[in-house]
Design a binder for this molecule. Sequence first.
Ligand code: SER
Length: 614
Amino acid sequence: MTAKEIRQKYFEFFKNRGHAIIPAAALVCESDPTTLFTSSGMQPLVPYLLGESHPLGKRLVDSQPCLRLEDIDEVGDNRHTTFFEMLGNWSLGDYFKAEQLPWIYEFLTQELGLSKDRLWVSVFSAEGGPASGGEGDKNANVPWDEESFAIWKKIGIPENRILFYGPKKNWWSRSGPPDKMPVGEIGGPDSEIFFEFIDIHHDSKYGLNCHPNCDCGRFMEIGNSVFIEYMKKDNGALEELPLKNVDFGGGLERLVAAVNNNPDIFKIDLLWPLVEIIQSLSKKDYHSDKNTSRAMRIMADHFRAAVMIAREGIQASNKTQGYILRRLLRRAMLFARRLNLTESSYLKPLVRMVCKIYVDIFPDLKDKETEISAAFQQEADCFDKALKNGLREIEKVEKLDGKTAFYIYESFGFPLEMILEIVKERGQEFNLEEFEEEQKKHQDLSRQAAEGMFKGGLADQSHEVVKLHTATHLLHQALREVLGEGVKQEGSNITAERLRFDFSHSQKMTLEELKNVEDLVNEKIGENLEVSFVVMDKDQALKSGVRAFFKEKYADKVKVYNIGPSMGSGSPFSREICGGPHISKTSELGRFKIIKEEAVAKGIRRIRASLENS
Ligand code: SER
């Protein structure tokens, strides 16, 4: 079965059970400053899991492209990738465990034909399982998940294949177990499903006994039903949510691997054609040895991820998403060198193949392929220069201590293996331990930074952010009234302190124009306008002149937010397609203040503004 068939079957299965198919959100998070990339299916759905109504109802299904950089060091084995698609079905306060677990079991066994004898499941409970006294997380005062246990038994999973794990493994929130959840974060116990590859024998290096969460490769997690039913409150306690949600996530690549009964996910149709290109160009066999397969997997994974990031308009740089793109490309290029490949041989064919594989779900790849190849070639040239500079730097050094070596490694992207070789050639000594110490210090720092960036945080749901988001709608309309209808939103980024709004306009705004815009927004705040929404057909909304953010992919039904009289009872000041949430009356906003206006690109201006309590 191909990935496309599985994706389609999943959509159909849940459509037949009352779910609406929703378009995937962007991979690059523009409007959430706390995270660089979408890293789980639930991230774009947080407002709805918190109670905001979704225009397509309470049952949703999707396939969300995700990027997880936490796993980058593990890419190279047979099951980790940075980029992946997560199939997701969602109950927003509708069905719960009694429907979810039998449905997903039916999907896996009936639709995908996975043998029931190969499926293992896990249930949330403290160590020792229910036998330990029926606890879940004592500190958080959450009971073990007795209901899921009973449902799995009823479905027919033998008790010896139902495993119990505590909050570290069987609890899901974006920040991990209950004690790590910040105030306002939502989460709950989960129940994972694992596929057993019976031909893989347990490797005792991973522990005495094998079990579904063992890393030896015999088991692969293929799906996770999260029961989002708690929120962390100010006093540190978990409180039950009024509505209980289901968030199921299943890695598409892993599902294909399970259906193929081959634990190597690089053998699936979304990745293998890339490995084939690398094999044929390098004239090396993927199966020949561990180093070769590792290098090929890293190349295939990183190039696929890089194309997906570049597709969304990101260019390699030293900042945020651009830095990640650079890191993925350079890492892939280094591994290509190990296979004796030159950039000019593999860049274009790999980009072309990624585009070919994904053009059915991302049709824009057809037009972007040439542009992406050219940008990657430019980055390859840049990297080449960096390597040369590194070499020059090494030549200047008389004695290469670990610290200097790390500086060259880090600043010039100069690979350690090459440093070691040069040192050997010169008959110099090299303190590897010191190098590793430096490297560890640096890794700890970047891990902390990455954790901060990848939290998929709650800043986007705080009251301050919701207020600034509402102010953005007022600003957009005010700009159109002052500068003319040519103004269109080009981007938006909101933190709890300020909003940032990019829009098309060909020249610098005058002080008078800025004042007029600021005054108009404050006038509308002063009028205490009502903020409300209606659900409309997308085409009807667009036809009637409702504003849309063109970069976004909308479902067929959309929410249209009005600021001013609600639709049908007068003409609102602003009407925009938007998921929400918003405040309900403009007077809650306080005083709007423009901090800065500047150019960001040709024909695109940026305004930073804040709200002050009035
Ligand atoms: N949120 C869960 C995960 O990312 C299930 O979708 O694994």
